[in-house]
Design a protein around this ligand. Structure first.
Ligand code: GRF
Length: 213
């Protein structure tokens, strides 16, 4: 059983999906860290009897000091992997390097499209007909780590930021536990900035819709 830490800043609906999947998974969430003391995800963790830690970034002089506190907490908990689930802080390259290959993020776009914020609005503004969500390994480049699995949705004429957000969340809750399970069972790994799935190098991210069809 692999020990997982989940890092959050807010609602934690992805954390909830990871918790709900645990019962049939090879991972156990042993720690939830929030940089915001009032993040609702902390309630979700407590309800599931998972240890929580608040590391409030406003209490640290700079990113390096904040990341050092996180590293200390994570190393003390001796987790095998770290899952970022709506964690809204940029991590220092040193921190990322320390956990390289062991840290996942979920990003609401079809990476490499739209790294950063406001992804739904940007997809609408561009007139895209498809949008989606990506789970990727975290590397020092923000939202730039290689994507592992993506779920694709169609953008319909009536869609707006809210409807896209809702649709994307549903997809997130399906694909994030799955990829976390793959990491826990060694089905994916990162080598030379490339993703290997079942020991084969991916030329492009896997697509959830192709897995299940
Ligand atoms: C998700 O949309 C995720 O893609 C992004 O932050 C959001 C977190 O939502 N990185 P939640 O806190 O898991 O509900």
């Amino acid at each position: 059983m692999k020990k997982i830490a989940v890092l959050i800043s807010g609602s934690g609906s992805n954390l909830q999906a990871l918790i709900d999947y645990q019962i049939r998974a090879n991972y156990q969430i042993t720690l939830v860290i929030s940089n915001r003391p009032n993040a609702y995800g902390l309630e979700r963790a407590r309800a599931a009897h998972i240890a929580t830690s608040v590391i409030d970034h406003t209490q640290y002089s700079d990113r390096t000091a904040f990341d050092a506190a996180m590293k200390q907490t994570l190393d003390h908990a001796a987790v095998d992997a770290i899952v970022l689930a709506g964690f809204m802080r940029i991590l220092t390259p040193e921190f990322v390097q320390h956990y390289l290959g062991k840290m996942l993020n979920i990003h609401p776009s079809l990476l490499p499209k739209y790294p950063g914020l406001n992804t739904h609005q940007r997809a609408l503004d561009a007139g895209d007909t498809q949008h989606g969500v990506s789970v990727h390994f975290v590397t020092p480049e923000l939202d730039g780590g290689p994507a592992i699995l993506q779920s694709v949705i169609n953008i319909l004429p009536n869609d707006n930021v809210e409807t896209l957000q809702a649709k994307i969340h549903l997809e997130e809750h399906k694909i994030y536990p799955l990829v976390t399970q793959w990491l826990a069972t060694g089905q994916i790994h990162l080598k030379d900035n490339q993703v290997f799935y079942q020991n084969t190098q991916l030329q492009q991210p896997l697509i959830y819709q192709n897995l299940t069809s």
